[in-house]
Design a protein around this ligand. Structure first.
Ligand code: ZN
Ligand code: ZN
Length: 352
């Protein structure tokens, strides 16, 4: 089968449109006809060379894939014709991590557009086992938008699970765009009080209409000053710091330093964003506060049903945060992302 693909040939050079061969699916594999693939900041990292993908170049990028199964290998026959999300983290399903419900940490996991060819293409070959069916999506849901569930939305959900967020907790979300924006919506749906913190007033304004009860503008402010304001809000709600959870979603060293500064007695922080830059933190604070810090990577496929339920039920909305664009303009879209000109998550159509 031939696929029209947008290929990273050399880091720092524009992606090239090429026609490539998609191998016939082996046992346990399927070919998905891609309806849409989200454009993630990680793709920009691979494209500009700041992050090296695990697979050698050339490589088809893209890991927020939604589409339809058009070819099946042995044992995957039940997937034929089904509409699916391809999770960004594809665990092996068999190892000790997977059996313990920690498939997102599976050492044998594959990520499309990183370990193997991804979704910036008309077709892609993926393992069947971790796929998530969206055949039951309500009529009002634009299935192409569900591509963002593969990374941005499910990653936020898993991070909140990792933080053991419960009704009545206070959740500080540092970095309120992309993953952070969905973290705000999901935390609110879980019944938590949510404070969104960001350097951009526009992002805070947008998310205040979707679950952030309070917002804190952090631009050009010392972490100590922001800490005082954020803690003041949580204290107004009379929630003890034992029940404060901070999600660091900015992927910026300043955001990481701020999230760390928000720690208090018995509170919990989850690191979700990525930056290659190291930050200087006094880890002794974690000891002194008897605090907890987790990392959270991706989301195990078995949790996607919970995430989809929130979307299908309207508790988490995608449309205001998503913009459709043709895949043929992916180079321009990456450039716009690099220059911070995108305000919404782009969902790319490989047939346009
Ligand atoms: Zn991503
Ligand atoms: Zn595994």
């Amino acid at each position: 089968m031939k696929s029209r693909a947008w290929v990273l040939v050399e880091a720092g050079k524009p992606l090239e449109a090429r026609t490539i061969d998609v191998p016939a699916p082996a046992a346990g594999e399927v070919v998905v006809e891609v309806d849409a693939c989200g454009l993630c900041h990680t793709d920009l990292g691979y494209a500009d060379g700041s992050v090296a993908p695990k697979h050698a170049l050339p490589l088809v990028l893209g890991h927020e894939i939604v589409g339809r199964v058009v070819q099946v290998g042995a044992g995957a026959e039940s997937w034929a014709g089904r509409s699916v999300i391809v999770p960004a983290v594809l665990p092996c399903g068999e190892c000790a991590f997977c059996r313990a419900g920690r498939g997102n940490a599976c050492p044998k996991q594959k990520m499309p557009g990183n370990d193997c060819d991804g979704g910036f293409a008309t077709y892609c070959l993926v393992p069947a086992r971790p796929l998530v069916s969206i055949d039951d999506a309500p009529a009002g849901v634009d299935r192409r938008e569900l591509g963002v569930v593969a990374d941005a939305v499910s990653t936020a959900y898993q991070a909140l699970k990792r933080a053991e967020v419960r009704e009545g907790d206070v959740v500080f979300v540092v970095g309120a765009g992309g993953v952070g924006g969905y973290a705000v919506q999901i935390a609110r749906a879980m019944g938590a009080h949510v404070v969104a913190l960001d350097v951009e007033a526009g992002k805070l304004e947008a998310i205040s209409r979707h679950g952030a009860e309070r917002t804190v503008l952090t631009r050009d402010r010392a972490p100590k000053d922001v800490r005082k304001e954020a803690h003041g809000i949580a204290n107004e709600w009379r929630v003890p710091s034992l029940r404060w959870r901070t999600l660091e979603c900015s992927g910026h060293p300043d955001g990481q330093a701020l999230a760390f500064a928000l720690l208090s007695q018995g509170s919990t922080m989850v690191q979700v964003g990525y930056t290659p830059t190291a930050v200087n933190l006094r880890l002794s604070n974690v000891m002194a506060f008897d605090a907890t810090i987790h990392g959270s990577w991706g989301c195990p496929p078995e949790l996607y049903a919970d995430v989809l339920r929130l979307i299908y039920g309207g508790q988490v909305v995608l449309t205001p945060f998503v913009e459709h664009a043709p895949m043929s303009r992916v180079v321009e879209s990456l450039d716009a992302m690099a220059h911070h000109k995108l305000t919404k998550r782009l969902v790319l159509d490989p047939r346009a």
